[in-house]
Design a binder for this molecule. Sequence first.
Ligand code: 13P
Length: 258
Amino acid sequence: MRRLFVAGNWKMNTTAAVGSALASALAVEVSKSQPAVDVAVCPPSPYLSTIKAVLGTSPIYLGAQNAYFAAPGAFTGEVGLDMLVDVGCQCVILGHSERRAIFGETDELINKKVAATLQKELGVILCIGELLADRQGNKTEAVLETQLTGGLAGIDAAAMKHIVLAYEPVWAIGTGVTATPQQAQDTHKFIRNWLEKRYNAEVAAATRIQYGGSVTPETAAELLSQPDVDGALVGGASLKADKFIPIIQAAAAVKKSA
Ligand code: 13P
């Protein structure tokens, strides 16, 4: 059985004070209920240390939203993996569609980041997802296959233990248009089948695949109940404790057969 994993991607939002209040509310809730799900928050990098301190001994993981693959050196403006380890991160989001679309990240660059992140023994949340035009043109599977093949090039089966995939259809991100539970399930199943072909049945069965794209307290339960949906990567709704906590609770309430 895969343990559900709900992560909040705060993107370029919050202040130290707002993020601290949010993290504090989540820490109280998650520590109290000890939910049977994994929970992570991914604040902007200037606040990682602050939020780490607020999370304290709560079981909430700390994630970064990006990292550069190179060793410390002359890379003005970048954040290195050693720094993320130093401030207590446990995982890194890589390949988010905003990094791809706005900052021109290619599968090749993302792959270098994935490999370097694993070398530092940090977990990876690798995001993949198609544009609306891809879906309308029946190209979803081809796009995902390219992103998976490129992003995971050279990553062996043993390393897949440290990778979570996040399927985020670009047309659903920040739009209020959530993929239907059936669309999410069908696409997650496609990704799992790809994992079986590329690796083996064990990797396919063990790898967690989160869904991301306008997840709300209203849509979470049905999405998370799909057999191949193993959690959520939440943007907007992760910025408010009264929206993110019900999503965590919905995940904790899901019952799936093995
Ligand atoms: P929204 O939940 O705001 O649609 O964002 C999803 C996302 O991009 C998470 O990484």
